[in-house]
Design a protein around this ligand. Structure first.
Ligand SMILES: *Cc1c(COP(=O)(O)O)cnc(C)c1O
Length: 425
């Protein structure tokens, strides 16, 4: 009889006996078949994360829009499109990906501070559901682009709730002085401006206060601020049909304990109902919380390099594959694919890229030798979508696991792929 050992926070990733599995598939077998570095995603983990939001909104008029910048691979988008999700996009390229994956354009919302006229035109042509406008100047441009096409653009304005930074220092985008959204105190005036523009139809309000938020308080504070604005905007004669509350819910990277989406929304819905806004359509834009813990990056140990001050474990995944430690000093758990009883040593786990910033994990206890494989956990969000070709490293392959089935959803990038489009002088 084999035993199963689940990894905390990763319900679909577990050791069966000594071998790490994603759902019914052994990661060692995937590494052998497809090589490394290799991203592996659990479809059940994505749908399980989505289900928490769906439970939270049961019986409500609500639309969950997956913030696809977290992971924009077509196979991942397809999982969410098939589950009825809309998408939060931030570029014309992301719009084309949603269409290619079979998503519904009317369920797309378009966020971002720097939309170009070309991107606005693309969105209007496709018939997207809403433009989340981030500045007064953007309102004017969008209105003129829409009028030029004989269309009316549906809009919502992103407001900055300015949630107190002292109590919530990790909130980084919903504050005064952020490049995102419009200031809370200017919002009413800007809504009045929008309502006068002939090419716009004001339909909603939105905010997005930050990322990897692990306590309910910032959300509760932001909701109070947004609901207060909705009352004031409607009192000025501008109806608000939907409230879009953005994304940002955290995941468990390293003993983090974010609230479950359904529990959080129970608290938020109570506030909405108390203001008499029960009938309003609700939208959310979760990214990380839908995919982050659905993915791992499997990597081979190339060398173990003992040192006087540090031991290094050099793996074949690097900062170009897993940019979060270098960019944000972020933590990813690193576990072996095969459990053994050998004694462990403490390593800095690093990649082959020529940068001191190319580390994946510091001071990690591992028992490992050259040729072993490790899994870097919580690699479903903001890894492949941020991957680069630095050091002329091809981007990794990706596999989606569905029960005992596997789908290769991205081929490993070849050197020919990388050089396509370049010309010698
Ligand atoms: C990035 C982003 C999200 C998703 O954030 P997560 O932390 O991944 O949930 C949602 N909305 C907007 C506007 C964003 O920029």
């Amino acid at each position: 009889m084999s035993t199963t050992a689940k990894l905390p926070g990763h319900p679909f990733i577990a050791y069966e006996g000594s071998a790490l599995h994603v759902e019914g598939v052994s990661l060692a077998s995937l590494a052998q078949e497809h090589g490394t570095p290799l991203f592996v995603y659990s479809k059940a983990a994505m749908l399980n994360a989505l289900a928490a939001y769906q439970r939270g909104f049961a019986g409500r008029d609500a639309q969950i829009c997956y913030a696809m910048k977290a992971n924009s691979s077509l196979g991942v988008l397809q999982v969410f499109a098939d589950a009825g999700c809309g998408f939060d996009i931030v570029s014309g390229g992301e719009l084309m990906r949603v269409v290619a994956a079979g998503g519904t354009p009317s369920k797309i919302i378009f966020s971002g501070v720097g939309k170009t006229r070309t991107e606005m035109t693309l969105g209007l042509k496709a018939g997207i559901g809403c433009f989340n406008v981030e500045s007064e100047a953007e309102l004017d441009v969008l209105s003129s682009v829409a009028l030029g096409m004989g269309l009316i653009a549906p809009v919502s304005i992103r407001v900055n709730p300015n949630v107190d930074p002292k109590t919530h220092p990790y909130i980084s985008v919903g504050l005064k002085g952020s490049k995102f959204g419009v200031a809370h105190e200017n919002a009413l005036r800007i809504y009045q401006h929008a309502a006068l523009l002939k090419g716009l139809h004001v339909i909603g309000i939105d905010c997005h206060i930050g990322s990897q938020i692990t306590t309910p308080e910032p959300y509760l504070d932001a909701m109070d601020r947004v609901l207060d604005l909705v009352s004031r905007i409607e009192a000025a004669g501008i109806p608000i049909a939907h409230i879009d509350f953005g994304g940002g819910l955290g995941i468990n990277y390293n003993d983090d304990t974010p609230p479950d989406a359904d529990a959080l929304w129970q608290q938020l819905l109570a506030k909405i109902d108390a203001c008499g806004f029960t009938g309003k359509k609700l939208m959310v834009e979760p990214g990380r919380s839908l995919v982050g813990n659905a993915g791992v990056c499997v990597s081979e140990v190339l060398y173990v390099k003992p040192g006087e001050q540090k031991n290094f474990c050099i793996i074949d995944a690097a900062m170009n594959d897993l940019p979060r430690p270098a960019m944000y000093q972020a933590f990813h758990a690193i576990v072996p694919l095969a459990l053994t009883a050998n004694p462990a040593a403490v390593y800095d786990v690093v990649g082959p890229v020529c940068e001191s910033g190319d580390w994946i994990g510091r001071d990690r206890s591992l028992n490992t030798v050259t040729g072993d494989h490790v899994a870097v956990l919580s690699a479903g969000a903001y890894c492949m979508s941020m991957a680069s070709n630095y050091n002329t490293r091809g981007r990794a392959a990706e596999v989606l696991v569905d029960g005992a089935e596997t789908h290769l959803i991205r081929l490993r990038e070849t050197i020919e792929d990388q050089m396509r489009g370049e010309r010698c002088i």
